[in-house]
Design a protein. Structure first.
Length: 317
């Protein structure tokens, strides 16, 4: 399948969206994840010159065969997977889609498959990985695992994540940018502002501070109150600087500073007013996604959020 030619010259996509790698489960018969991401990608393809590479990583864990039999029949599975990917691409009909690729991973674990996927993405200079999550939690997640969550932990390439249980809008109307101070992702923020300008949608910069009431001595309470007041002032100044940075890059921006007793992940998810029309932007070093409170927060947001997430995994250097 060759890329579909555009009838008119489209403007070049924001750098992050120019080359997108799209992992697809070739043997998923439900196609819910496929359909959800297809709507999101079509909203970009219709406006920009975007290159999309469908890909599937085939390993022994994707079949019911023992390892030795898988090695014997691997090439037959590759041919079948390629044919299924071709059928899926014809069904969604996204212009500019490149020839689907099937990678063979003989080790057969989710982590080794993702390592192969990431190596391919770096070798071929893809700027973004688009994938879907089923939003599974509890027993369901333990039984089925989560490709998207494992990729979230291992990737150093930005990810576009859609929830396959929700059909996104045909156009992104707002970027909700969740930030934590001190903020170490200025280059990634600049890319976000570029996306906002190109899509002609504003940025809502959202900062949440978790606060729990405590009963303390009067002197200690005053120290705590002064500390909270200073932290709010610093957050206000930092958020204003980010808003100015976005506006210098042609994107409109507003700041919302929030605090309360809610869990951080709950507050961030609830900050998105129209999940199917707004894109939630998260920043977090990939090592934080594997351990630590902030990493747990990011994972929980991805599980809970009934919309699409743009995730930047690298701290600026």
């Amino acid at each position: 399948m060759k890329p579909t030619a555009h009838k008119v010259d489209l403007p070049r996509a924001p750098a992050l969206f120019h080359r997108i790698l799209w992992p697809i489960d070739a043997f998923d018969e439900s196609n819910t994840a496929l359909a959800s991401m297809a709507v999101l990608l079509k909203s970009l393809v219709g406006r920009f010159d975007v290159q999309i590479q469908p890909i599937y990583v085939l390993g022994p864990d994707q079949t019911s065969l023992p390892y030795q039999l898988f090695r014997k029949w691997a090439q037959e599975y590759v041919i079948e997977a390629k044919a299924l990917l071709d059928d899926k691409m014809r069904s969604v009909n996204i212009p500019g889609t490149m020839e689907p690729v099937v990678l063979l991973e003989r080790m057969g674990s989710t982590r080794t498959s993702i390592a192969k996927l990431l190596a391919y993405a770096k070798q071929h200079r893809f700027h973004l990985i688009a994938t879907s999550t089923h939003g599974r939690r509890g027993i369901s997640k333990m039984l089925f695992g989560s490709f998207a969550e494992t990729l979230l932990q291992l990737t150093d390439i930005p990810m576009l994540i859609s929830n396959s249980n929700v059909k996104p809008s045909a156009a992104i109307k707002q970027l909700v940018v969740s930030v934590k101070f001190p903020f170490l992702y200025k280059f990634s923020f600049d890319q976000t502002a570029e996306i906002g300008r190109a899509l002609r949608c504003g940025l809502r910069i959202y900062h949440y501070r978790e606060e729990h009431p405590t009963v303390l001595k009067a002197s200690t309470q005053k120290v705590l109150t002064d500390h909270v007041k200073k932290a709010r002032q610093v957050a206000q100044k930092s958020a204003s600087v980010l808003a100015q940075r976005a506006e210098c890059r042609g994107a409109q921006a507003e700041c919302i500073l929030d605090s309360g007793e809610k869990d951080v992940s709950e507050a961030i998810v609830s900050s998105v007013q129209k999940p199917t029309q707004e894109l939630l932007v998260l920043f977090g070093h990939r090592q934080l996604c594997d351990s630590g409170d902030y990493g747990a927060t990011i994972r929980e947001i991805v599980r809970q959020f009934q919309g699409s997430v743009l995730f930047f995994p690298r701290v600026d250097r």
